[in-house]
Every structure is written in structure tokens, then in C-alpha cells.
Design a binder for this molecule. Structure first.
Ligand code: PMP
Length: 408
């Protein structure tokens, strides 16, 4: 048996389909975001990052850095164990109080990532529902899909944000059967938003629980950064709100917020919570500093929204096939894995602009794209530079423009 060949073949298949992933070797520069160093094959070069999920630059915010440095110096760099066995640091406990307050819930539970929150959170909630049915939006993130799979529940996939289809499935299941509706608020690849209130209406009508992934919305929307549910005044109607500390909050970790019995049950039964080491206290302290800051500061959110709007307008004016989403996410469609990678490579090598290509299975085949995420720090000059670079790359690769600009 040639074991090596098995693994080489697995990767060759990705290469053939032009989906083989190459990671750019990036070194962020504190205080200079979105500027960074790219360790190119011929040596380090300064670049501008246009695809970071550090949406508000909180990963380099002085308050968050200070909290992490201070905690690391005073408490050391590790948690020292699982939450159950000596890893339950005061900083994680405080962070959970901060997050519960953010979402107006009695309790919250922190995990080592947003991925783990969904995977172990949904699977545990599902396993505890007798004869449970999980209704899952078609475009849910892989972490939710894995959670649904591992729950052992029957699953019913509803068409993306399609309330009629969801209602159909709820009606068929009946009011008596335990049901969980799992969905996201901001969908990360198209930047569209779920009708949270109307999904909650259906959940109430058919007696279902709701589980909402706000990973791309926490810190970003709502007067205190509580997400789209806060913006829409629906937080109190969603049973479980899930978020990450690794995007707008700029650090690492994930969480769920809910009523005390749900949190206690997940805390007591979720393998992905019980059998793994806790978040280091310095990370928790930095995350808490970010959450606190964004509860009161509107300036990052406002600047980010303004720059996202400017970016969308500039790219659309240039005739680029940009999706004008309702949110901060700015997808530019290429529609082919090989050309998407070629566009990304050219942007980096010739223009010093880093936008990772997004290919299948992250998005459906034929919708491969560059996913652009403007931040408060991408000013007018950088937006103009991005637009020029994209137009040059589109011309060089003979990619389709959308509008009149193509003919100009
Ligand atoms: N949910 C969604 C919708 C996501 O896009 C992601 C990650 N991109 C996650 C959950 C996982 O979050 P984390 O990166 O904190 O693991």
C-alpha cells in the first residue's frame, strides 16, 4: 500500500480543478493596518490587505493590544487547562458576562473558535431535542452543517432566506415535534441579510427554537455592536445567538448567548467545550476590551460603512461586476476558479493588493469571486488604487466588465 500516493492523489484532484489553495505568507504590521508585509518568493514586500475579516481593525486597536499585553505579563500566555480543570480564568468569565450583556441574554459561553461554537453548539442542542428536526438555511456555513450532521437529528434544508419554503417544512413537521431553525444574519459570501423578525414569527407560530449565527455582524451592526438582531430589535426573540471574537472583535474565539438553562446544558454536554483547553486569559482580555470599546464607540462602524459604500460605488462606476450587497461585504464575481486565482495573483504581484480568491466549495462553482472587505482604514486613495488595479487586471485577463465602462 502506497500511503503517500493516496494523499498526493487527493491534492492532485484539487490542482486539476484549479482549486488547490495557496496561502499568502503575510506579516501584519501593528498600527499600520491594512498595510502588511508579504513574504514573496523574492523577498518581503509591502502590500495592502483588502480581504481581512478584521473588519474594524480592532486586531490592532490600542485598547485591545494593551489588554492582551497586560494580561499576558500578569497572567502568562496559556489557560493551563480545560474550563473544567483549572482553565476557567477570571478573564473568560468576565468576557462571558460582557457577551451576555451585549446580546441582552442571561448567559453566554465562550469556545475556542466560532467554528467550534457552531459545530458543538448545534450538535449538542440537537442531540438534546427528543426526535429533533433541524431546519437549516441552504447557505449556512460549514461549521453549522457539521453541527447539524453530528446532532443525529433529521435535517431539512430550506432555500436560502425563503420564508415560504421554511414555513412549508415547519408545517409538515407539525407544532409538537421539537424543531431548531439554524440560520445566519449576514451571509458572508454575498453579504445579504436574513429576515430575522419574520423567521422568528414562523418559529413562534410553529413552536420552533431559533439559532442565529451573527459571526459577520457582531461588532458591526446595532447601536452597541450586538449584530443584525440588535439592529432589527429582535434579540429577545432569538433563542441562541452565536458570534465570533475573531472578526470585528479582532481576536480569537467564539461564543453562544442564550438563556441560562440552554447555556448550562451546552456547557455540561458539548464535547467541543468540555474536552479542549480554554481560551488563554490574555486573548479573553483583549476580546473583552474590543467588545467593550465597540459597545460605546460608533466611529469604527460609521467609517467602515462609509468606506464600504465608497468602494462599491467606485467599482460599479468602473464597470466591474460588483454585487451591491446590503452590507460591508463587497464581492466581485469572476465565475471561474482558474481566472479567479489568476486575478488574485496579478493583484498581489503587480499591484501589491492582497485579495484571496474564493472558490468552490466555499461558493458554488461558476460564482468564484474576489471578496473585498473595506475597513475604516481603507481611505479614498486606497479605494482609487484598488479600482485602478482591478480594471487593469480585468483588462489583462480579458474578464467581462458589466456596463458601459467595458465599451469605453
Ligand atoms: N460562521 C460563519 C458564518 C463563518 O463565516 C465563520 C468563519 N469564517 C465561522 C462561523 C467560524 O468562525 P471562526 O473563524 O471564529 O471559527
Amino acid at each position: 500500500m502506497n500511503y503517500t500516493a493516496i494523499f498526493e492523489t487527493a491534492v492532485d484532484a484539487l490542482r486539476r480543478e484549479k482549486r488547490y489553495r495557496v496561502f499568502a505568507d503575510i506579516e501584519r504590521i501593528a498600527g499600520r493596518f491594512p498595510h502588511a508585509l508579504w513574504h514573496a518568493p523574492d523577498g518581503p514586500r509591502e502590500i495592502v490587505v483588502w480581504c481581512s475579516n478584521d473588519y474594524l481593525g480592532m486586531g490592532q486597536h490600542p485598547a485591545s493590544i494593551a489588554a492582551m499585553v497586560e494580561a499576558a505579563q500578569q497572567l502568562g500566555v496559556g489557560a493551563g487547562g480545560t474550563r473544567n480543570i483549572s482553565g476557567n480564568s477570571h478573564q473568560v468569565v468576565m468576557l462571558e458576562h460582557e457577551l451576555a450583556d451585549l446580546h441582552g441574554k442571561p448567559a453566554a459561553l465562550v469556545f475556542t473558535s466560532g467554528y467550534v461554537s457552531n459545530q458543538t453548539g448545534i450538535s449538542t442542542i440537537g442531540r438534546l431535542l427528543p426526535d429533533g428536526l433541524i431546519l437549516s438555511d441552504q447557505l449556512n456555513h460549514n461549521s453549522m452543517i457539521e453541527g447539524v450532521r453530528q446532532s443525529g437529528c433529521e435535517k431539512a434544508i430550506f432555500r436560502h432566506n425563503d420564508l415560504d419554503h421554511l414555513e412549508d417544512l415547519l408545517r409538515k413537521a407539525g407544532k409538537e415535534r421539537p424543531k431548531l431553525i439554524a440560520f445566519e444574519s449576514v451571509y458572508s459570501m454575498d453579504g445579504d441579510i436574513a429576515p430575522i423578525g419574520r423567521i422568528c414569527d414562523l418559529a413562534e407560530r410553529y413552536n420552533a427554537m431559533t439559532y442565529l449565527d451573527e459571526v459577520h455582524a457582531v461588532g458591526m451592526y446595532g447601536a452597541r455592536g450586538g449584530g443584525i438582531a440588535e439592529r432589527d430589535g429582535e434579540m429577545g426573540r432569538v433563542d441562541v445567538i452565536e458570534g465570533t471574537l475573531a472578526k470585528a472583535f479582532g481576536t480569537l474565539g467564539g461564543y453562544i448567548a442564550a438563556n441560562a438553562p440552554i447555556i448550562d446544558a451546552v456547557r455540561s454536554h458539548a464535547p467541543g467545550f468540555i474536552f479542549t483547553s480554554a481560551l488563554p486569559p490574555a486573548v479573553a482580555a483583549a476580546a473583552q476590551a474590543s467588545v467593550r470599546h465597540l459597545k460605546v464607540s460608533q466611529s469604527e462602524r460609521a467609517a467602515q460603512q462609509a468606506n464600504a459604500a465608497r468602494t462599491k460605488a467606485a467599482l460599479a462606476d468602473a464597470g466591474l461586476p460588483v454585487t451591491i450587497s446590503e452590507t460591508h461585504i463587497v464581492p466581485v464575481t469572476v465565475g471561474d476558479a482558474e481566472r479567479c486565482k489568476a486575478a488574485s495573483d496579478l493583484l498581489l504581484a503587480e499591484h501589491g493588493i492582497y485579495i484571496q480568491p474564493i472558490n468552490y466549495p466555499t461558493v458554488p462553482r461558476g460564482t468564484e469571486r474576489l471578496r473585498i472587505t473595506p475597513t475604516p482604514f481603507h481611505d479614498e486613495a486606497l479605494i482609487a488604487e484598488l479600482t485602478r488595479a482591478l480594471v487593469a487586471v480585468w483588462r489583462k485577463l480579458d474578464l467581462p466588465f458589466r456596463l458601459r465602462a467595458a465599451a469605453e
